[in-house]
Design a protein around this ligand. Structure first.
Ligand code: UDP
Length: 508
């Protein structure tokens, strides 16, 4: 019979609700923590809880994880009180840029409801122990108050890699962007020891941390920076061997414990990785890949919400249909494309997934981890979101880098210049995003400046990515080496394995 109170540490996770790409890795983190013997509670909004619960169910369906102690708790999101429509619980679900400040207001109120829930959790959650630690997404700044009320440490999970966070610290410290004469003047991130290097950034390419303080993003980020400084440590989805000492340097720069626990996507079998893993789209992707030669396919996807302006999408599309390799292209927001672009897609690509087609377009949710693990995939054109970057690393797939915004331009430098597993498409300006749109709506200047990367430039990057000459082979070799290291990090005795053990032990 189970004793009245478990002896296991009990970790409470608050994923940042704004994007699915935070809910996914934090749920995977919960699975990893549980597989190392912790009890875990994920507290989030109902829409995100459904996604988290689906992933947890697929994890615990694997016999090795049947006993994992993970609870997903949904606390209603007070979006309607802030003027948001029903069910609008993530930034990709908002209707207009005006909803961005409303979303942050609702997030704050949600935090107050979560705090009340967690205090009750302390009083009556038997047979579990009361919470031992809080791990929170970076925008859930209210988590610090919850942790302090519970009398437990508060760790932050940014969803960024250690190198990007280290560069952000160096930028805060040295502020090279302030000396730049224009938003397009290049500067290097100072004080990075070799082999780390981050050259030729521009102010336009910086993460929202460096937006003007009065902008919509800037206002939200001030609180996040204070939260960051006050938190007790940082949990990072990475493995120590990958980012060449960045985690240790970040710990030194921030004076905080930095715990590398990834790649968290490796916690499960690749076939079980998506919210809709049995969807028609998922099946269509996998069946199409099954008919292709090993390492012949370019997989093109720009994250959970990445959308391009129609003119850019056309240039990309023309490059994809004319390149020699078969292409699996995931398009988000396809329904809102202008009629002529839809028509072009219908005429030039195959949306229905005929097995023989050369360019398969999928408009829904793709099973990315399973796709990257498929032997037919030889290259990945990515926006360099950290989740996608790390998933490509864990699968040993080289990348063509097309950063959109946030810290993605820094991730590009890591992939191309530090790790040598990527080819840069050569994008210089960010794509419009929620913050630039919200600032424009707020009467400020939109920061995104239209840049259309031409078809020939895209084609050149694709050819280099799929090239079988010495440079292409060298990238492939390095990517395969990192794949093995990623796997080793989570095996017994590996760096992430040990870090997870030590983290949990510290609450025993
Ligand atoms: N993803 C997926 N299928 C899709 C689009 C995205 O599985 O069709 C997953 C992807 O595997 C990754 C996350 O969504 O885990 C995207 O995270 P990332 O940090 O790369 O980008 P973001 O969505 O934050 O821009």
């Amino acid at each position: 019979m189970e004793s009245a109170t478990s002896t296991k540490p009990h970790l409470v996770l608050f994923p940042w609700t704004g994007t699915i790409s935070h809910v996914i890795p934090m749920t995977d983190l919960a699975c990893l923590l549980a597989s190392h013997g912790a009890d875990v509670t994920i507290v989030t909004t109902p829409v995100n809880a459904a996604i988290a619960q689906g992933r947890v169910d697929r994890f615990t369906a694997e016999p090795a994880h049947a006993a994992a102690g993970i609870t997903v708790t949904a606390i209603p999101f007070p979006g309607a009180d802030a003027g948001l429509p029903e069910g609008c619980e993530r930034l990709d679900l908002i209707r207009s840029p005006d909803d961005v400040p409303r979303f942050f207001a609702a997030n704050k109120a949600h935090g107050e409801a979560v705090a009340r829930h967690c205090l009750r959790l302390r009083l009556r959650d038997a047979p579990r122990r009361p919470p031992s630690c809080v791990i929170s997404g970076m925008c859930q700044t209210w988590a610090l108050g919850v942790a302090r009320d519970l009398g437990v440490p508060c760790y932050v999970f940014h969803g960024f890699g250690a190198f990007a966070m280290l560069c952000i610290e160096r930028l805060y410290e040295h502020r090279p962007h302030e000396a730049a004469a224009s938003p397009d003047e290049c500067f290097d991130v100072p004080d990075l020891p070799p082999p780390l290097v981050c050259r030729g950034l521009t102010s336009r390419q910086l993460p929202p941390h460096f937006m003007p303080p009065a902008s919509v993003g800037g206002k939200a980020l001030q609180g996040m920076r204070e939260f960051d400084r006050a938190a007790d440590g940082v949990v990072v989805n990475t493995f120590e061997e990958l980012e060449r000492g960045s985690a240790a340097l970040l710990a030194e720069a921030t004076g905080k414990k930095v715990v590398a626990v990834g790649s968290v996507a490796l916690c499960r079998s690749p076939g079980l990785d998506t919210p809709q893993s049995m969807s028609d789209d998922a099946r269509r992707c996998m069946a199409w890949l099954d008919g292709k030669e090993p390492r012949s396919v370019v997989y093109v996807s720009f994250g959970s919400a990445g959308r391009m302006p129609p003119a850019q999408l056309m240039q990309l599309g023309m490059a994809l249909v004319s390149c020699a390799s078969p292409v699996l292209w995931i398009i988000k927001g396809a329904d809102s494309l202008p009629g002529d672009v839809k028509e072009w897609l219908r005429d030039n690509t195959d949306g229905d997934g005929v097995a023989s087609s050369k360019c398969l377009v999928v408009r829904g949710w793709a099973p990315q981890v399973a796709i990257l693990a498929h032997p037919a995939v030889g290259g990945f054109m990515t926006h360099c979101g950290w989740g996608s970057t790390l998933e490509a690393v864990a699968a040993g797939v080289p990348m063509a880098t097309w950063p959109f915004f946030a810290e993605q331009f820094i991730n590009e430098r890591l992939v191309v210049d530090v790790l040598g597993i990527g080819v840069s498409v050569g994008v210089t300006k960010p794509t419009e995003n929620v913050f630039t749109a919200a600032n424009a709506a707020d009467g400020g200047e939109a920061e995104a400046v239209a840049e259309v990367v031409g078809m020939e430039q895209v084609k050149k990057a694709l050819e280099a990515l799929m090239d079988h000459g010495p440079e292409g082979e060298e990238r492939r070799k390095k990517a395969q080496e990192l794949k093995l290291k990623a796997k080793g990090a989570l095996e017994e005795g590996g760096s992430s394995y040990n870090n997870l053990e030590n983290l949990i032990q510290s609450f025993a």
